[in-house]
Structures are given as structure tokens and as C-alpha cells.
Write a protein that binds this ligand. Structure first.
Ligand SMILES: Cc1cc2nc3c(=O)[nH]c(=O)nc-3n(C[C@H](O)[C@H](O)[C@H](O)COP(=O)(O)OP(=O)(O)OC[C@H]3O[C@@H](n4cnc5c(N)ncnc54)[C@H](O)[C@@H]3O)c2cc1C
Ligand SMILES: NC(=O)C1=CN([C@@H]2O[C@H](COP(=O)(O)OP(=O)(O)OC[C@H]3O[C@@H](n4cnc5c(N)ncnc54)[C@H](OP(=O)(O)O)[C@@H]3O)[C@@H](O)[C@H]2O)CC=C1
Length: 328
């Protein structure tokens, strides 16, 4: 009988990073995601007039291991540097805010990285796992429709912390750590204009009430949509205070804030989309790397185990895989 594969719940950057490391080490993996596609918070939205990045906007690479992976992604054409005309808006004043920081994006969209990392690995989409339980030796997963999946030799939970705690119930200590992590929400709004806005701004850190960040999609490499699309992110505190506002009202309020901030006339957008990220980022960074109960064969990873950034998610996935391989 062939060896049971390793189940990985979540196909964001953390789950895919773990999957790649295990696959490279010769282990069979089986991935699951509740969404219809991979990438999690590195999602890009495809519309008729182009695509735009709705979650992570760019990423930085500070750790040597992540920089090495990034070099490979760049060679493969999955990622490229992004050097926008960067601004800072503070107390209603918009000013250039150039810096030396190297920033990167997926090409032709942020979601391309996750798609490339997934490659041909076996995955089941539109499958929300609700339970992971261990028999005498092997694991079974149960999904929201009551279907069982398995058997698996090990389970890696690679979801945001609030969704991980229930899946870690077999290891109460791990479940308690995940349950202790608070995650902050972010409202995101995309606006598409038929005529390019007459401004130099391509990215802007905002230190005001509602907005936190805005980016011009066409300034990123490989984007060729015909609308001038902008992505606005609200601050965590504004998002928390307006968590249950309708998408229409959120779009209207953030469009208003954008029009006040930007140094040009803003016409009515051709296209508007609002998305609420309930678990956008951990309220604090941690230094766990990953969580492990090696005796049970249960592991957890995700940005919440390190920093709430793409790099943190990738490193956490590597760490979960390393700890699992160490105990084989
Ligand atoms: C608005 C926003 C802006 C951001 N901006 C940046 C940025 O500019 N730079 C940066 O570095 N980072 C940024 N981030 C953070 C970055 O996106 C995350 O740190 C990183 O993508 C997290 O990856 P992950 O794999 O840990 O989790 P996720 O990407 O959340 O992946 C988890 C996956 O698990 C799946 N899942 C959850 N529960 C279940 C279940 N029960 N069963 C099956 N599947 C399940 C989800 O569908 C998801 O695909 C941003 C995030 C947001 C939301
Ligand atoms: N919205 C979310 O839920 C969410 C947003 N995240 C954002 O992701 C980036 C990633 O952080 P990273 O450390 O990798 O990037 P930076 O070094 O570019 O930015 C870090 C923070 O530093 C400030 N900053 C950086 N450069 C400038 C600049 N040229 N001018 C002004 N300010 C700059 C900025 O912080 P403040 O706005 O000053 O508080 C950057 O945020 C980062 O933007 C996160 O906000 C990650 C996860 C979830």
C-alpha cells in the first residue's frame, strides 16, 4: 500500500510554500481550499477591462531564504520589481515620499505567484474543511457538506488564525494559541476610470482617518487593462468601525476620501468594487514560525505565526514543512 499523503488546508502563500517544500522533499501532498481558486489574500480580481490586486499590493523581501525564492520567481516571470511614484498624504497634504525600499509584485497579477506555486499539485477547491480528526494513526478531514477526505499521514492547517483554531481541536494547546491571535479587518475598494486621472501618483501611504493606502494598477509591471484602475485600502480602525456597512456605502465613502486626497478632478468611475477582508492581518507580529504537535502529526502555519506580510506567510510555510520533515 502506498504511503498516505499530507493534507494541507489553505492554498494561500503559507500553504503553497509548505506544499512546495514537501513536494521537493519527495512527499505526496493534497491541498484543500474553500475558495474557487488559490492565493488567499494575494487575490487578484479579473474583470472584462483588466485585472487588479485586491489584497496584498506588493511585498518586500528581507530574509535571505525568501530573497532566494524571489529570485527564482523573477527568473520564471512570476514576479517583478515595482517602483511606483510614491507619495505620502498627511493632514490633507500630498507630498512625494521616495525611499530606497525594493518592492515586488506578482506578474501579470499578484495572484500569478500562487498559481505558479500550485502548479500541478493535487488540490480540491470550493471545499471548506470543518474538522480534522485522527484515527489510530491516520487523519481524516470532514468538509462543510459532510464529506470525508483521507486518509492522510499528517495535516497542515494554513488558514488565518481564527479559522485555524477549530481545525486544530485535536491539539488543544495549538488551538488555544491560534484562538489567542486577533486579526484586523480591511475594506478594499477598486475604482476604474475611463480616462486616466491627470496625476503623477502611483502609490500612496495615507495617514488620515479612513484611507491607509492607494495604488494605481497600471503602474505595476505586466498590467494592460484599458481602465485606469485604483485600489484603495481603508485603515484597520476605519474598517472595524464600518464592518457592517453596505458595499455601496463603503465605496461611496472611500471614493469621497480619495477625491479629497488626490490632486486632480475625479470623475465618476466606470467601475466600482468593494471587498471586505475580515481577517486581513494579525494585530501583532509573532515569532512562532509555525505551530507543531509532532506526536500527532498536526501543524499550523500562516502569516499570523510571523509577520502579517507575504514574506511572513512564505517563511511560516517553510518552517511548518521543515518541522514535519524533521519528524518523519
Ligand atoms: C487588504 C490587504 C492588503 C495587504 N497588503 C499587503 C502588502 O502590501 N504586502 C504584504 O506583504 N502583505 C500584504 N497583505 C498580507 C498578505 O496578503 C498576507 O500576509 C498573506 O497573503 C497571508 O498568506 P497566508 O497563506 O498566511 O493566508 P491566506 O492568504 O489567508 O490563505 C489562507 C487560505 O485558507 C483558505 N481557508 C480558510 N479557511 C479554510 C477552511 N476551513 N477550509 C479550506 N480552506 C480554508 C482561504 O480560502 C485562503 O485561501 C495584505 C493583506 C490584505 C488582506
Ligand atoms: N491592509 C492590510 O490589511 C494589510 C496591509 N499590509 C501592508 O503591506 C505593506 C507591507 O509591509 P512591508 O513592511 O513589507 O512594506 P514597506 O516597508 O513598504 O512598508 C511598511 C510601512 O512603512 C511605512 N512606509 C514605508 N515606506 C514609506 C514611504 N515611502 N512613505 C511613507 N511611509 C512609508 C508605511 O507605514 P505607515 O503608513 O507609515 O504606518 C508602511 O505600511 C505595508 O504597506 C502594510 O501596511 C500588510 C498586511 C495587511
Amino acid at each position: 500500500m502506498s504511503k498516505a499523503p499530507i493534507a494541507i488546508i489553505g492554498t494561500g502563500i503559507a500553504g503553497l510554500s509548505a506544499a512546495q517544500a514537501l513536494h521537493t522533499a519527495g512527499q505526496a501532498v493534497q491541498l484543500f481550499d474553500k475558495s474557487r481558486r488559490c492565493g488567499g489574500r494575494t487575490a487578484s480580481k479579473q474583470i472584462e477591462s483588466g485585472s487588479f490586486d485586491l489584497g496584498a499590493q506588493y511585498f518586500t523581501a528581507r530574509d535571505r531564504r525568501f530573497r532566494e525564492a524571489l529570485q527564482h520567481w523573477q527568473e520564471e516571470g512570476w514576479a517583478a520589481p515595482w517602483s511606483p511614484n510614491l507619495y505620502l498624504s498627511r493632514a490633507g497634504q500630498l507630498e512625494p515620499s521616495t525611499d530606497e525600499q525594493a518592492r515586488w509584485v506578482g506578474t501579470p497579477q499578484m495572484a500569478s505567484i500562487a498559481r505558479a506555486l500550485l502548479g500541478d499539485l493535487p488540490v480540491t477547491f470550493s471545499c471548506r474543511i470543518t474538522e480534522a480528526f485522527r484515527g489510530e494513526e491516520l487523519w481524516t478531514l470532514v468538509d462543510a457538506d459532510g464529506a470525508s477526505h483521507g486518509p492522510f499521514s499528517h495535516v497542515i492547517v494554513a488558514t488565518p488564525a481564527p479559522q485555524a483554531s477549530a481545525l486544530l481541536a485535536a491539539a488543544p494547546k495549538l488551538a488555544a494559541v491560534a484562538a489567542s491571535v486577533a486579526m484586523e479587518p480591511t475594506w478594499a475598494v477598486a475604482l476604474g476610470f475611463a480616462t486616466p486621472l491627470p496625476t503623477q501618483v502611483e502609490g500612496c501611504f495615507v495617514q488620515d482617518d479612513a484611507l491607509d493606502w492607494l495604488a494605481r494598477e497600471r503602474s505595476k509591471p505586466g498590467r494592460n487593462g484599458h481602465l485606469d484602475t485604483w485600489v484603495l485600502h481603508a485603515t484597520n480602525s476605519w474598517s472595524r468601525q464600518h464592518l457592517d456597512l453596505s458595499k455601496e456605502a463603503v465605496s461611496e465613502q472611500l471614493l469621497g476620501a480619495f477625491a479629497e486626497l488626490i490632486d486632480c478632478v475625479v470623475p465618476a468611475p466606470e467601475f466600482t468594487l468593494a471587498h471586505r477582508w475580515l481577517y486581513a492581518r494579525p494585530a501583532q507580529p509573532h515569532e512562532w514560525g509555525a505551530l507543531a504537535d509532532a506526536g500527532l502529526g498536526l501543524y499550523a502555519c500562516g502569516d499570523w505565526c510571523l509577520s502579517g506580510r507575504v514574506e511572513g506567510a512564505w517563511l511560516s510555510g517553510q518552517e511548518a514543512a521543515r518541522r514535519l520533515l524533521e519528524h518523519l
